[in-house]
Structure formats: C-alpha cells, structure tokens
Design a protein around this ligand. Structure first.
Ligand code: PEP
Ligand code: MG
Length: 326
C-alpha cells in the first residue's frame, strides 16, 4: 500500500494512451498546501478565500490578506495558483462584520460576485491583496457565481483600476493578469459562447451547477437522490462548456466534488476534460484512475452517453467507460 502510494506520488499524470492530464488541488487552509505539494499537485486550482472571512468580527485588511495569499503562492513554489474572490452570501451570516440582508433564498440571492459588486471597497481590498502576490508566482483570479457578461466586464475594470493604483504606489506587480469565471450558474453555461471573450480561463463548479440546473438544494438531504451529476441536462451542459472552451482555446478546469471522485474520471475525460481540481487527499487515487484510462476509447463512447436518457442507461455507459479503464 505504501509502495503504491509512493509510486503514485511520482507518477506522470497521463492516460494509458499518453494524453496529459493536470490534477490541481483545492485549498482552504494552510495544511492543504503541504498535502498538495506532497501528492504532486500541478498547482492550486481553487483557493476558497471565504475561510479568511469566517468566524471573526471584522473583515481581514489588505495586508492580512496579502500575507495569506503570498504564503500560498510561495508555498506552491512557482506552480500556478488560482485565487477565488469572496464567495459569501446570506447563508453564512455574521461573517467578518459583513451585514448581509436576511434573504428567503440565499442560494439565489446576493452571493459571490453579486456581493462583491455591491461592496466595492471590500472587493478592491481583496483584488489589491491578490494582485500584490503576482510578483511572487503565477496567480490567476477566479470570480464565483457569475451569471452575466457585464459582471466580468466590471470586475475586469476593477482589476485594471487596482493595478494602476498599485503601480503608482510602487508595488511590483505582473504586467497582465488572467481573470476567469466559475461556470456554475446554468445561464452562464448556456451563454458561454458569448461570454468566453471576456474570460481568460474557465472553472466549472459542478457543486452549484448541479444544484441550479436541477433546482435541487445541494444541502437538502431530503432531495439527495435528485441531486444527480449524471442527469442528462448536467452532462449536456458539461459537454457544451468543455467544447466552447476548446474552440475558444481557453483552459478549462473542473473543481466541483466530482473532480475528485474516481467514478466520474473516465466519463469526464470522455467529455474532453483534461484539468481537474480536487481536495488534495484525493490526488493519488485520481492519478491512478487517470493512468488506467484509454482516452481514445472512452471518447468514442461519449456520443452514446449524451444520447442516453434514463438514469439506468447513463449509469451503464459510465460503468462501461470505467470498465474500459482497468
Ligand atoms: C462548486 O460550486 O462546484 C465549487 C467548486 O464551489 P463551492 O463548492 O465553493 O461553491
Ligand atoms: Mg460554487
């Protein structure tokens, strides 16, 4: 067992037929970085900054955020790091002194980028802190809960303003920045062909994409069986998002829970995905799964998957893809 893990740490992340795959780590706390490094992550695919803001009275200031982000970037030793701007909403009230209105439907309310655009001071502070880390390593900025192109245009303008300010203050920052969106709202997924021009990269958030596509609260256990990442509507959206990104030559990562679940690895590679981001504890298992996959063979089965309609037949195709990978 130990030998197997040691071998997997050093193994190339390629499919059996040689397709290179990138496995990134999702990170929330500092321990995640050590684990990501130890298990050979290609970088941090999703850093959830909310955790800096939770369980405290005041929002962290620019310097505190900068130090936290810089530690992350330095900790990854030159590997790419994707930092997500604040994804808070009324479901996490009392965070960092933010006065969030009580909302009957927090998941459909002032959340993620919607909150950031209504509290520009908070967003400015965070963007400045993130931009200041760009002289320490490759850093990308990821925006959550995007549902309209205009939101990205506004965020880009804010980034440009913050960068100009920082340069005039003499901070050494990069010449240009990669700014991407979480695609986790069906509207953004469907409208992606028109939104993609405003995005340098895309990150698919299946945890929310499944919730919003199927109208199933991701935290409601009563509905557990209906929360199905293999629903044909979800599969079609995934195939569409990946295809649009490929056509527009934009990198696309999937960072929802299914990225770290080996039941889905062959299916996602069949849909054309080659970049995954997951809890660092899952990297070795997924690398082992990737190594066993015949990408060409499973991709041939993708059209069958997208034509299937019933839950049973979809599961059978996904199982067949897995079985081809042993
Ligand atoms: C997602 O929605 O899939 C995601 C990765 O973000 P979070 O789980 O933080 O909402
Ligand atoms: Mg999400």
């Amino acid at each position: 067992q130990d030998k197997r893990r040691a071998r997997l740490r050093d193994a190339d992340t390629r499919t059996r037929d040689g397709v290179p795959v990138q496995l990134y780590a999702n990170a929330e706390m500092s321990g995640d970085v050590a684990q990501a490094r130890a298990y050979g992550a290609a970088g941090i695919g999703l850093y959830r900054t909310e955790f800096l803001f939770l369980q405290r009275k005041d929002a962290p200031g620019e310097e505190e955020q900068f130090l936290a982000y810089r530690d992350l970037v330095l900790g990854m030793g030159g590997l790419p790091v994707t930092i997500r701007t604040l994804d808070l909403g009324a479901d996490k009230v009392d965070s960092a002194g933010l006065v969030l209105q009580d909302e009957p439907n927090p998941a459909l309310g002032v959340r993620g980028v919607r909150l950031s655009l209504r509290t520009p001071q908070l967003m400015h502070t965070q963007l400045r802190a993130i931009l200041r880390t760009t002289s320490y390593g490759p850093v990308r900025i990821l925006v959550p809960m995007v549902s309209a192109t205009e939101e990205m245009i506004t965020v880009r303008r804010m980034v440009t303003e913050c960068a100009m300010q920082l340069r005039s203050e003499g901070h050494p920052i990069a010449d240009s920045f990669e700014i991407g969106a979480m695609i986790e709202v069906p509207a953004a997924a469907i409208a992606l062909p028109s939104m993609i021009r405003k995005l340098d990269f895309v990150s698919i958030g299946t945890n929310d994409l499944v919730q919003y596509t199927l109208a199933v609260d991701r935290n409601n256990n009563e509905l557990g069986a209906l929360y199905d990442p293999l629903h044909p509507a979800v599969l079609r959206l995934l195939a569409h998002i990946i295809a649009v990104c490929k056509r527009a030559r934009r990198p696309v990562t999937l960072c929802g829970e299914i990225a770290g679940d080996v039941h889905f690895t062959a299916m996602l590679i069949a849909l054309g995905l080659t970049e995954f981001s997951m809890h660092p504890g899952l990297l070795l298992e997924v690398r082992e799964a990737v190594n066993a996959i015949d990408a060409e063979a499973v991709r041939k089965v993708a059209p069958v998957l997208l034509r299937a309609s019933g839950r049973e037949s979809i599961r059978k195709v996904v199982e067949r893809m897995r079985a081809q990978s042993r």
